[in-house]
Ligand binder design. Structure first.
Ligand SMILES: NC(=O)c1ccc[n+]([C@@H]2O[C@H](COP(=O)([O-])OP(=O)(O)OC[C@H]3O[C@@H](n4cnc5c(N)ncnc54)[C@H](O)[C@@H]3O)[C@@H](O)[C@H]2O)c1
Length: 249
């Protein structure tokens, strides 16, 4: 049954974003799945539901943000919830790091979220709703070999707080929160395993990093996002939620 709300999810073609799309669809949202990868996006959208809207959106492009939100308003009349999920991450220590790696990581993971907040707010403030930014435990408790990724995700936590304050100070009916997922089995982790000489011990190492000795499910993250957009979370804004099996303790 429809709940009369439209949600836009970035990076929704795979992993965490894909599962968020499924959970919001099942909760009755008009789901708009976006991604920069057209083929994967259309395949994934079909798996979620026939009435899902899928639109190409590279989160680094201001032009595409404008056209995407215009198209959503044209098709559904409004936007109530934005989930800034698209992100990339690969290791590169501070001694070997190159400018291209730094710029690309910060552009997608931080600037992409900033444009999402900027363009999303214009529409969401008219009807009320929330913005949920997907950060990472690496933004709070980083490892040594991912300086660009960790810095981008720490930036997302900070951006969430300024965004929440701005909305509250201006009496906009918009809340903004961030989720910090722990180690989750998606294409991002599969790439790290593929690049490793010993994927099995890397995988068990990822599990052991959390006190519960397990990976986080994409479902747990999606359920947290659904809660944060619900009325049950009406007094929650500017907050960070770790979903990490205890890694950040
Ligand atoms: N997997 C983990 O362990 C983990 C942990 C903490 C945080 N996260 C965060 O969760 C989010 C989702 O990651 P995931 O694990 O599902 O990875 P994933 O690789 O499965 O999915 C990421 C999606 O983002 C898309 N994308 C990449 N660049 C884009 C761009 N410029 N514009 C639009 N879309 C783009 C990709 O095409 C892909 O569909 C990311 O922000 C990631 O940093 C993941």
């Amino acid at each position: 049954m429809s709940n009369n709300k439209t949600v836009l999810i970035t990076g929704a073609a795979s992993g965490i974003g894909f599962n968020i799309a499924k959970v919001f669809y099942n909760a009755g949202y008009q789901v708009v799945m976006t991604d920069k990868d057209p083929e994967l996006l259309y395949q994934s959208a079909k798996k979620v539901g026939v009435d899902v809207i899928s639109l190409i959106l590279d989160v680094t492009s201001k032009k595409q943000w404008t056209s995407t939100i215009d198209e959503i308003v044209k098709q559904t009349g409004k936007l109530n919830c934005l989930i800034n999920n698209a992100g990339i991450g690969s290791p590169n220590d501070i001694e070997k790091i190159c400018e291209k790696h730094w710029d690309m990581t910060l552009d997608i993971n931080l600037k992409g979220v900033m444009w999402g907040c900027h363009f999303g707010l214009k529409e969401i403030k008219q009807h009320g709703g929330s913005i949920i930014n997907i950060s990472s435990i690496m933004g709070k408790k980083p490892m040594s070999n991912i300086p660009a990724y960790a810095a981008s995700k720490a930036g997302v936590i900070s951006l969430t707080k300024t965004m929440a304050l701005w909305a509250a100070e201006n009496n906009y009916p918009v809340r903004c929160n961030t989720i910090l997922p722990g180690f989750t089995r998606t294409a991002m982790m599969d790439q790290a395993l593929k690049d490793s000489d010993d994927p099995e011990s890397l995988l068990s190492g990822f599990k052991k990093l959390s006190p519960i000795n397990d990976l986080v499910s994409t479902q747990s993250i999606a359920e947290m996002a659904l809660f944060l957009d619900s009325d049950k979370a009406q007094h929650i804004t500017g907050a960070e939620f770790v979903v990490d099996g205890g890694y950040c303790i």
